[in-house]
Design a binder for this molecule. Sequence first.
Ligand code: UDP
Ligand code: MG
Length: 280
Amino acid sequence: MAINPEISVVVPVYNEEAVLDKLVARLLPVMDGLNRSYEIIFVNDGSKDKSAVLLHKLHHERPDHIRVINFNTNYGQHMAFMAGFEHVRGDKIVTMDADLQNPPEEIPKLLAKMDDGYDVVGGFRQYRKDRLWRKLVSKLHNRLRAAIMPRIKMEDEGCMLRAYSRKVVDLMVASGESNTFISALALLYAENPIDVPVKHEERGAGESHYSFYKLIRYNFDIITNFSLVPIQIFTFIGILVSFCSTVLVIYMFIRRLVVGPEAQGVFTLFAILFLLMGIC
Ligand code: UDP
Ligand code: MG
């Protein structure tokens, strides 16, 4: 392998022992067929099955092409991508899932667009092979993101079959973001992005790692990561509560001076408490 390969493929792996061999059996011929230098970086996201052992074996079989990063525990798919990005050596970086839902045979299509001068090439899944509720949540997710980041146009941010220029990847790493959504993050730095349709397949084996709860958390992350609106809303509520309680404190103080002591000490306490709560 050249010291700096032209292409880096980053693949997060979490408990994918049943599919890794199948993935490699399809991915390596595609990459070999490009006749360009490449590396594949598997990021083992704290798998509890035999994925780590299998990846170790794959690295020893193809040390020139396969590299492995092991996490001590499960940090999530996007953190795994970010760790891979910190170690890529290629000029063009492809990301994909390990479960074969993103067919490796689509990679040349993404790279052709990179060769045309685009700096972020996003795949959008045609005929998604997922459960109905997943597709609905994804739709909601895409709409939410579009509302939060209206200037950023993206067909399908949940599709991880994407390609990025090294410059965009380096900027993502430099941003130091954690718990982020890399497809949205990349578009903050992209100068010339494009979306291309890609095929989508059933999982090669196993089950999705995303429960309804985990997806809701991801949606929450996207709101808090990419928008100031939540913090502005809470700041506004805080200012309002402080203002009202300040008025109440002043009113109580004047009443104390005019009317004299009353059984309202508890209200004064509440007023002061709300004032402090508002400031916090
Ligand atoms: N993944 C990961 N860490 C996680 C969950 C998933 O690295 O905590 C990987 C997983 O091994 C796969 C990709 O992220 O390569 C997508 O995961 P999954 O297929 O479960 O998601 P879905 O396709 O249902 O969105
Ligand atoms: Mg999947």
